[in-house]
Ligand binder design. Structure first.
Ligand SMILES: Cc1cc2nc3c(=O)[nH]c(=O)nc-3n(C[C@H](O)[C@H](O)[C@H](O)COP(=O)(O)O)c2cc1C
Length: 242
């Protein structure tokens, strides 16, 4: 298994200790991206990635190599400490640069584990935010480890091991999980948007080129009969509303 670690902390301390504890439970190769080394300028809000395509991002030389590494990885480890009750600006800036993935999700076969450390508050909220973002990217399953104090004592290491082992078992199984109802809704929002009279050009190109526009959900991920009916219903409603 190939794992990509994206470290959103500006240092290698508490959050990194937790990541290292996760790594002890996994088998495979690891590539590390420390966002503090990447020096990605702030997103300029030019809308190029969303409207024209990610290849038009003024910071594409820094962003696209990271996205390529995400594509090559089987599993993702995304880490951030809590800063002012949110992710760090480093991680948020990277997520802003990849906002086009909300419109054009593509990581349907990937699984991820989110690692969040805090001094005392906000860890669940922040882990949930990263989870939500990854699911918008299409990521199939997200595990979450969020701790106050950064996994320094043995009890916390046990907690990390427990969740990391579940992640590993799931990675090894190579089984893809059925999406949540909310994931089906968002997928079909963007799918329906590509079919409006005035679609976003880059979105239209993506949904047609990948042929995802034909599917209730990404074809690699199987839907049961109820979710299939739900997806069709949502798509028809959304197409009409838009
Ligand atoms: C700028 C800044 C903002 C922070 N904001 C919060 C916060 O809102 N709530 C909290 O409980 N801890 C907060 N902390 C503490 C860190 O989340 C905590 O120490 C974390 O484990 C640091 O991880 P690191 O060692 O990977 O940098 C903050 C720390 C810094 C430096």
């Amino acid at each position: 298994m190939k794992y990509l670690i994206i470290n959103g902390s500006p240092r290698k301390k508490n959050t990194w200790m937790m990541v290292q504890q996760v790594q002890k439970n996994l088998d495979g190769s690891f590539e590390e991206i420390h966002l503090f080394e990447e020096e990605i300028p702030l997103c300029k809000g030019c809308y190029n990635c969303i409207m024209k395509g990610e290849q038009f991002c003024p910071h594409k030389n820094l962003i696209m190599p990271i996205v390529e590494k995400i594509k090559e990885a089987d599993g993702l480890i995304i880490a951030s400490p809590v800063y002012a009750m949110n992710v760090t600006a480093l991680l948020k800036n990277f997520l802003d640069h990849t906002a086009y993935l909300y419109h054009r999700p593509e990581f349907f076969t990937k699984k991820a584990i989110v690692v969040v450390s805090t001094a005392g508050a906000g860890q669940k909220k922040v882990a949930n935010y990263i989870d939500e973002t990854l699911r918008h990217w299409g990521v199939n399953k997200v595990y979450k480890i969020s701790l106050a104090c950064g996994g320094k004592d043995s009890l916390e290491r046990e907690k990390i091991d427990k969740i990391a082992k579940k992640f590993r078992k799931d990675m090894d199984s190579e089984k893809l999980h059925s999406p949540k109802f909310m994931d089906i809704i968002f997928y079909n929002v963007w799918r329906a948007m590509a079919l409006t009279d005035e679609p976003i050009p880059a979105d239209k190109e993506f949904w047609f080129k990948t042929e995802l526009v034909k599917y209730d959900f990404a074809p690699e991920v199987k839907l049961g009969i109820i979710k299939k009916i739900f997806a069709k219903l949502m798509f028809n409603i959304l197409k009409r509303v838009m």
